[in-house]
Design a protein around this ligand. Structure first.
Ligand code: MTE
Ligand code: LUZ
Ligand code: MOS
Length: 751
């Protein structure tokens, strides 16, 4: 089945926040933000803006009727700075005017008097100063000290990863308008409608039922709108509260890049110990997460780095500690993989280091240490249905890694100025929010009297195809064609208390809730059919819109059945509730069974480096991915390819630059480069693992949103191997991204 949004997208008819027809009297907002990364706000003079013709209001911290607090996990972030400024791009005021240009002009008349303090941008420096956002966390298993003593080889090193700009195509934005009796409706480009509702209610001092949040779809989120769509929705709502008129705010690209948080950069120290036969016996690491100026989702991201700190390997003795360091950057936030990619990059760095020192291929170490059935993860969960070795075997069988490696070697012998490098990247990613409570969802299903169906759920469509998958679930349960099903917008008045669409679990959680609701309705309809046919409902089945009795087609069509049920006053609406069974986690011991299941896969990447200029391209990326029994192979293929490209961009070309004043230098598309059609691999081959898929995945179709991003981590190591083929003296260091400039420096590095 085609993506339900495909036609709307290519014809430009899909509706995003900025496409909603505006009501008469709509006003436009512009956020005024600090250019200073750290300082004391002495005075904020808004008089010039207020006096500017066409301006209807200028709102600051003083104008918040409720609490000036937007922190999602920890209450440590204000909507508008009031006393101190903690990052460049921090909102100070919101100017509302008759049109956008007027609002922008007026905002430029605001004068902020800030006593400049020295900013900290480096997490290790913050750590030294004792600036942590919240207490550190440690995951451990076994006895690392003793294990290191017994290791034949022990290596230590340091690894750094850069941040990453989400660069969703649709910028952050919101359109809010007053409803009767003091209620407010907010259209927001958010992954977390309930988070917007809850935070707006706190800002305005209103109960949640006064705020309705509606989301049609997003032009991309990638985690950047899990928490950080909220402030702009709150600002629009605040202006509506004061002015009683509709207010719209859409950030410009440069403002969005300046004000919003990104993927967390990490700096880490690692130590790895191996036995003589290359078994990893011990692993120890310390992570310094660059959290930015407020906690945002950092505690959960820090935890996921710990969960995935040993990637797809079984290591009997591990201890990893992670610190979230407070710096004067915009609060860093969720980004596809949610700390997992950083944890895995550091693990792979340790393996690459060991491989280099021992003069063996990294993949020998990788494959020797793959997780096996019934191994224990460092967080206590027993590994079940482990597919990592199967993925590797299928990859090796199809591509013959040894032959691939030989081809690379032959090429490198024959070409003095071009060198190829190869890397293997295994991935194991846990599916579920690591906070157990969040693993719940609801779906409201209506069967209308004409037989058409409407489904509302907590899932937010952001390009990943979740609406199509939910539509397929409903169509499959009712045995009707997809045209019979409509997926409604995500709305907090129809479906309440939603978890954000995140953690790759949107389709599982909301799909299961939909399945539960549809099955309940189907049960009632079968009873109706039983009455109509004077038969046992258990002998009734539906197939292609027709009622079957004991396997024989009857003359009752779906439409007739629904109409009959309605005549009999049967309820044709159902609210399905799903809460993932089995999972639990004890935060005090960091042990439990946090994930419904794991997704596995293995990629092989081949890069070619131009050793004169430092440029490079990727010849080929082939991977075997564990989709389970895919509900929609073309959507899943898109997710795998998109995730891979995004991961490779993070590792190779996407470089955030902040200057020493804490100001973002890479603040536009001319200074921040993401992969385009020319820089993605020449060949990408995606192979599905032959497997059934687990019960806890929706119709056994496994979550796919985030895991493939981590294949991109291999890009760093493929480039490193190509560089070493040209210059064996090049440093084997771990400082992503590996930009062409860095490649060039390494190619000509002398001892
Ligand atoms: N794909 C597209 N096209 N756009 C997106 O914003 N977000 C990713 C992934 N794939 C994203 C995407 C992220 S970060 C997550 S968590 C999942 O989709 C969320 O959707 P799901 O839970 O339905 O997989
Ligand atoms: N968000 C969240 C996530 O709140 N908890 C998670 O575990 C998670 N994992 C991945 C992406 N977003
Ligand atoms: Mo995705 S980082 O879970 O929004």
């Amino acid at each position: 089945m085609q993506n339900a949004d495909a036609k709307g997208h290519v014809t430009g008819k899909s509706v995003y926040v900025d496409d909603i027809p505006v009501q008469k009297g709509t006003l436009y907002g512009k956020v005024f933000s600090s250019d200073i990364a750290h300082g004391r706000l002495r005075k904020l003079d808004i008089s010039g803006a207020l006096a500017y013709p066409g301006v209807e209001g200028v709102f600051t911290a003083k104008d918040i009727p409720g609490k000036n607090q937007i922190g999602g996990i920890i209450a440590d972030e204000v909507l508008f700075a009031d006393e101190v400024v903690e990052f460049s791009g921090q909102p100070l005021a919101f100017v509302v005017a008759k049109d956008e240009l007027t609002a922008r002009k007026a905002a430029s008349l605001i004068k902020a008097e800030i006593e400049v303090l020295k900013p900290v941008t480096d997490p290790r420096e913050a750590m030294q100063k004792g600036q942590l956002l919240f207490p550190p966390n440690t995951f451990q298993m076994g006895d690392v000290e003793k294990a290191f003593e017994n290791c034949t080889h022990v290596f230590e090193g340091r690894a750094e990863t850069g941040g990453q700009e989400h660069l969703y195509i649709e910028m952050q934005g919101s359109y809010a308008h007053p409803l009767e009796n003091g209620s407010i409706k907010i259209h927001s480009s958010t992954q977390g409608p309930t988070h917007v509702q809850k935070t707006a209610s706190r800002i305005l001092g209103l109960p949640m039922h006064r705020i309705e949040v509606d989301v049609a779809r997003l032009g991309g989120g990638f985690g950047g709108k899990e928490d950080q769509a909220t402030p702009y929705a709150c600002m629009a709502a605040l202006a509506v509260w004061h002015l009683k008129r509709p207010v719209k705010v859409i950030l410009h690209r440069m403002d969005d890049m300046k004000m919003t948080g990104k993927r967390h950069p990490y700096s880490a120290d690692f130590k790895i110990g191996l036995s003589g036969d290359l078994k990893i016996m011990a692993y120890q690491a310390t992570f310094y997460q660059n959290g930015g100026a407020a906690s945002d989702l950092s505690p959960a991201i820090l935890d996921r780095s710990l969960f995935h700190s040993t990637n797809a390997y079984y290591i009997p003795h591990t201890r990893v500690t992670a610190y979230s360091c407070k710096t004067n950057l915009p609060p860093n936030t969720a980004f596809r993989g949610f700390g997992g990619p950083q944890g895995m990059y550091i693990m792979e760095a340790a393996i690459a280091k060991a491989a280099h020192e021992l003069k063996v291929e990294a993949w020998k170490i990788q494959t020797r240490n793959f997780l096996k059935e019934n191994d224990t993860f460092q967080y206590g969960q027993i590994a079940e249905n482990v597919n990592i070795s199967k993925c590797f075997a299928q990859l090796d069988e199809k591509y013959d890694l040894r032959a691939m490696k030989q081809e690379v070697e032959v090429f490198n012998r024959e070409n003095p100025y071009y060198k190829k490098g190869m890397a293997l990247m295994p991935v194991c990613f846990g599916i579920s929010f690591t906070k157990t409570t969040m693993n719940q969802a609801r779906a409201l299903v209506h069967v209308y009297q004409d037989g058409s169906i409407g489904v509302s759920s907590g899932a937010v469509e952001m390009g990943q195809g979740v609406n199509t998958k939910i539509l397929q679930v409903a169509a499959r349960v009712f045995c009707v064609p997809p045209e019979k099903v409509k997926i409604e917008s995500t709305n907090t008045t129809r479906v309440s208390n939603t978890s954000p669409t995140a953690a790759s679990s949107g389709a599982d959680l909301n799909g299961k809730a939909t399945e539960i609701a549809c099955n309940a309705l189907l049960g009632r309809l079968k009873e109706t059919a039983g009455d109509m046919l004077k038969a046992n409902p258990r002998d009734i089945a539906l197939k292609n819109e027709w009622v079957y009795l004991k396997g024989f087609k009857t003359d009752i069509h779906w439409k007739k059945l629904v109409w009959e049920a309605f005549q009999k006053r049967i309820c044709l609406t159902e609210n399905g509730h799903y809460a993932t069974p089995v999972i639990h986690f004890d935060k005090s011991t960091n042990k439990g069974h946090p994930f419904a299941y794991h997704v596995y896969g293995t990629a092989v990447l081949i890069a070619t480096v131009d050793c004169i200029r430092g440029r490079y391209h990727f010849d080929k990326v082939a991977f075997v991915h564990d989709f389970g029994n895919s509900l929609n192979p073309s959507i899943d293929l898109g997710q795998a390819e998109g995730g891979l490209a995004q991961g490779m961009g993070w590792m190779t070309m996407e470089e955030l630059a902040f200057n020493e004043d804490g100001r973002l230098m890479s603040n536009s598309l001319s200074t921040y480069k993401i992969p385009d059609i020319y820089s993605v691999p020449k060949v990408v081959e995606c192979n599905a693992l032959e497997t059934e898929g687990p019960d806890l995945a929706i119709l056994r179709s496994k979550a796919v949103g985030e895991p493939p991003l981590m294949y991109g981590v291999g890009a760093y190591y493929a480039l490193q191997n190509a560089i070493l083929a040209f210059n064996p003296k090049a440093p084997v260091d771990f400082n992503a991204p590996m930009t062409p400039e860095k490649v060039l420096l390494r190619l000509y590095h002398k001892e």
